[in-house]
Write a protein that binds this ligand. Structure first.
Ligand SMILES: C[S@@+](CC[C@H](N)C(=O)[O-])C[C@H]1O[C@@H](n2cnc3c(N)ncnc32)[C@H](O)[C@@H]1O
Length: 273
């Protein structure tokens, strides 16, 4: 994500010009994720899982989205947890675009927060950004998404075991980059033959992981809640957002098996630890 506000404005201008050309529905979400989506490509089932975990921790959970940007995912969570809030370090992302900052997003670095929360959600940090120590001090349960390519400091992983947390479950989904690559091959590279497109599609992968961590005393309750919701969600066709059509079309279907990966081969399959 461009942090210099001038670059942000330039990127937003590119987004505006793209949108003016009436591209197919929801493509912008995966081409300009910061402005109109999120860096992790979620489905409604992800929101429902996160909400189920939060409610397992506390009936009326104090939920904080750390580094929430414009709050795309947070907005969805608030449909179920109206008190959920976010913290974002860069207030300039709002004023540089003349955008209204919602009241439920506070502008501050997470390092400056001292109030404890039940749940911290950390969605896809820039490589090298690593505030795990602070998040671990603040929350009882942490849900994090990160790119398998390496984030959180020099060693890449975004684990919380070393801070006294237990991993409860995990699942694999695509990152915006995975979806973006498929869209580029299918729609925005006219020189590619159909055969080449099919070949490239067979190589598609998904690099975003969701990890659920909690303090050991909460582990059983959360594990139970996740196991329950994961089983129940299977047949629920109405649990979808309209933009999920792009994920389906690009070969990132719910429970689709990928040939290119060796662990968690079925997308969105919850693996309990
Ligand atoms: C890659 S963006 C991800 C935004 C959103 N979570 C998503 O996945 O689409 C990372 C965001 O975290 C914010 N951020 C980085 N360090 C932070 C910190 N120490 N405290 C709060 N926010 C931070 C950045 O300003 C940026 O908006």
């Amino acid at each position: 994500m461009p942090f210099k506000l001038e670059e942000l404005q330039k990127a937003h201008e590119a987004y505006r010009q793209f949108a003016e050309k009436n591209p197919p529905a929801h493509h912008a979400r995966y081409i300009f994720p910061f402005f109109t989506g999120s860096y992790f490509a979620y489905r409604k089932v992800d929101v429902l899982r996160v909400v189920a975990v939060a409610k397992a921790v506390n009936d009326n959970p104090d939920y904080l989205d750390v580094g929430c940007g414009y709050g795309d995912f947070l907005k969805r969570v608030r449909e179920y947890l109206p008190g959920a809030s976010g913290v974002e370090k860069e207030g300039g992302i709002f004023y540089a675009l003349g955008a209204t900052k919602p009241d439920y997003i506070g502008i501050a670095p997470v390092e400056s927060l001292s109030r404890p929360v039940d749940i911290a959600f950390v969605g896809w940090m820039e490589p090298g950004t690593d505030f795990r120590r602070q998040v671990a001090k603040t929350a009882r349960c942490i849900i994090t998404t990160f790119d398998a390519g390496g984030q959180c400091g020099i060693n890449g992983g975004c684990e919380y075991d070393e801070f006294g947390f237990e991993r409860i479950a995990w699942w694999r989904t695509p990152s915006w980059i995975d979806v973006n690559a498929e869209l580029m091959n299918r729609y925005y590279t006219p020189s590619l033959s159909e055969e080449k497109k099919r070949h490239l599609a067979s190589l598609r992968s998904a690099h975003n992981f969701w990890y659920v961590y909690a303090k050991p005393e909460l582990a059983d309750k959360i594990r139970e809640a996740l196991a329950y919701i994961a089983k129940k969600e299977d047949a629920k066709k109405e649990e979808r957002y309209d933009f999920e059509s792009v994920l389906d079309e690009c070969g990132f279907g719910y429970k689709e098996e990928l040939a290119t990966v060796t662990t968690a081969k079925r997308l969105w399959e919850v693996i309990l630890d």
